[in-house]
Write a new protein. Structure first.
Lengths: 173, 104
């Protein structure tokens, strides 16, 4: 009798694969790539670390995490997803344009059943994600661990992060 | 698509081994599928498996991990504990379904 065809679910942890993502941007559309990739990696059994730095701090700052924005301003390549025609980026500077674009983007994300940022962080925590906050960004923003999303393990220095992610594949977003 | 023998039955699978004909699945087969990937099914395992089967009937596609959690009401943490490493893929394999297509 031949061996049945069985998917190989070899544990990625066993193979030592590790992923580190540096989240450095606080725009709504720049927050999601890191969160989605982290979620995908965790679902594949990969040990995953997120390091939030500079404007990426807004993703884990309790005061801002639910209110990230999407804007046309300053990006000449910008258009709404699903629309090929660009909008002149200067129009994005008109009052209300950023709020409108943000609302539209949030609706598109919700329609795909992808959670908002705070709920997404909860999902990652439940999946075993390691989250770290940048020491320099915390100092610049005068924030402490109490101001940050509870799933953040600690505020650490850049060298701590380099040490923790020894051997990891690294993404900078 | 290949045909493989599982629990003495001819089963249609894809190149990886996921079932391509969900109607060939039954609970007895699930026990063997689970054993194939080193899992012994308990009552707790059956809850998400039954949810996946029921959800597939109406959605015609495999629920993602998030859907099993939000619609099926089973915490993500529990799913990782029941199906270690790759919960979404392991659950769908045991439930005789394709792996989920959604990103989240």
């Amino acid at each position: 009798m031949s061996t049945p065809i069985v998917p190989s679910f070899d544990d990625a942890a066993g193979s030592g694969r590790k992923l580190a993502i540096i989240c450095s941007k606080g725009n709504l559309d720049m927050a999601y790539p890191g969160l989605i990739l982290a979620n995908a990696a965790l679902g594949e059994g990969v040990e995953t670390h997120l390091f939030f730095t500079f404007w990426g701090f807004d993703i884990i700052n309790k005061a801002t995490m639910g209110d990230l924005k999407f804007t046309f301003v300053g990006n000449t390549a910008m258009h709404m997803p699903g629309h090929n025609s660009g909008i002149h980026h200067m129009l994005g500077a008109l009052p209300g344009a950023t709020a409108g674009a943000t609302a539209m983007m949030k609706k598109m994300i919700a329609d795909l059943d992808v959670p908002e940022v705070p709920e997404f962080l909860e999902l990652l925590t439940a999946s075993g994600c390691h989250m770290w906050a940048c020491r320099m960004s915390a100092d610049m923003n005068k924030l402490t661990e109490d101001d940050l999303y509870d799933g953040v393990e600690a505020i650490i220095s850049a060298s701590d992060f380099i040490e923790i992610t020894d051997g990891a594949q690294l993404l900078f977003i | 698509m290949p045909v493989t023998t599982i629990a003495g039955r001819e089963i249609d699978v894809d190149a990886e081994g996921f079932l391509t004909k969900p109607e060939q699945w039954d609970e007895a087969l699930a026990e063997t599928l689970a054993a194939n990937i080193g899992i012994t099914l308990t009552d707790a395992h059956w809850v998400p498996i039954h949810f996946l089967r029921k959800d597939f009937e109406t959605q015609k596609e495999t629920a993602t991990l998030r859907r099993v959690s939000t619609v099926g009401g089973i915490p993500v943490k529990e799913l990782f504990a029941l199906f270690p490493g790759k919960p979404a893929k392991k659950m769908s394999y045991i439930a005789g379904l394709q792996k989920p297509k959604g990103c989240v």
